[in-house]
Write a protein of this length. Structure first.
Length: 321
């Protein structure tokens, strides 16, 4: 898992490029640092400790070898046969994606099994430090075949080009809280159509035991943690504009006998029950999203009756724990 030294290396090498490219976007250097940690954090923190050049490190930032049935049947290609049969340059693309896997696995032992001769049809589906999926070879095959994913500027441009449509499709504004930035990252990873606001950060990949029980953090939770950690890190010799680290999320408990959790920070006087999502009982724990009251309401997240909920609750009936 990437640590603060890895984040420092990332910022030392890329912060200047990030600051220039992110102007006018809702995203921060810390957001992109967290995205790189989450998407290829099992690769570049290992590669950076070798004698490889920066260009070669970026070229080897590949991953995601899942084929069907673990890869969605709707995603192209779901295996080698699908790629070769349904793309005019499929064999050429497969050869590149297979060699990328073999070359990367030479340094990253976790991939050596799938890169071995025992699995000759396995190949990488994700390319670049921010992971651009090979499904896009349908519309831009040269991005892969010309290895443009190995150029940081090209890779960053592709990432922003995916992030912005995802943000808009899940209905988030152009100014984002930390939690909302994490929601965009989730949508970027799993697709906007699968994102559910009601689930909060508990979305995306999570490690499970043999019985299917979740034993590790969800993608969204881990991304949020990476982003907060990144705020404590400054690149060596680089000016930094990162914001101070966020304070620990504040937890409250409900002090009313029943507290309405609403979808908006207001009550319609003509229909006061209109936007109620749930009725939270006395003692229910909730976590503040921003800590800034809006119209006397706090935006909060909570797990209630097995559901992950996010909404607004009257601040006067919440007491800090």
């Amino acid at each position: 898992m990437p640590n603060t030294d890895d984040m420092r290396w990332f910022k030392t090498n890329f912060q200047t490029k990030l600051e220039a490219a992110l102007q006018g976007t809702p995203y921060t250097v810390d957001f992109m640092t967290a995205l790189a940690c989450q998407e290829t954090g099992e690769v570049w923190p290992i590669l950076r400790k070798t004698d490889l050049s920066l260009d070669r490190i970026l070229e080897l930032c590949v991953g995601d070898t899942l084929d069907s049935p673990r890869r969605s049947v709707d995603a192209f290609p779901n295996n080698k046969g699908d790629l070769v049969a349904h793309h005019p340059r499929g064999q050429e693309i497969f050869a590149l994606a297979r060699q990328a896997l073999v070359d990367m696995a030479h340094f990253v032992k976790e991939y050596r099994g799938v890169a071995s001769d025992e699995h000759p049809n396995k190949f990488c589906h994700g390319f670049g430090i921010f992971q651009f999926d090979i499904q896009h070879c349908k519309t831009d095959p040269d991005y892969f075949l010309q290895k443009r994913y190995a150029n940081f500027d090209e890779c960053l441009k592709k990432a922003i080009g995916e992030l912005e449509p995802a943000r808009k499709q899940i209905g988030l504004p152009s100014t984002l809280t930390d939690h909302e930035q994490a929601f965009v990252a989730i949508a970027y990873n799993i697709g906007p159509g699968r994102f559910r606001l009601s689930r909060g950060l508990q979305q995306g990949f999570a490690q499970k035991d043999k019985h299917g029980k979740v034993i590790g953090p969800f993608y969204g939770e881990q991304f949020f943690n990476f982003m907060q950690q990144s705020k404590t890190v400054k690149g060596d010799g680089a000016a930094t504009t990162t914001t101070p680290p966020a304070t620990t999320a504040q937890v409250f408990k409900v002090t009313a006998s029943v507290l309405n959790l609403r979808s908006q920070s207001q009550i319609d006087p003509n229909n006061p029950k209109a936007n109620i999502q749930a009725k939270l009982p006395n003692g229910q724990r909730v976590t503040a999203v921003t800590g800034q009251p809006v119209n006397g309401f706090l935006e909060v997240e909570t797990n209630f009756e097995g559901r992950e909920l996010r909404g607004f609750a009257s601040a006067q009936f919440l007491t800090a724990v």
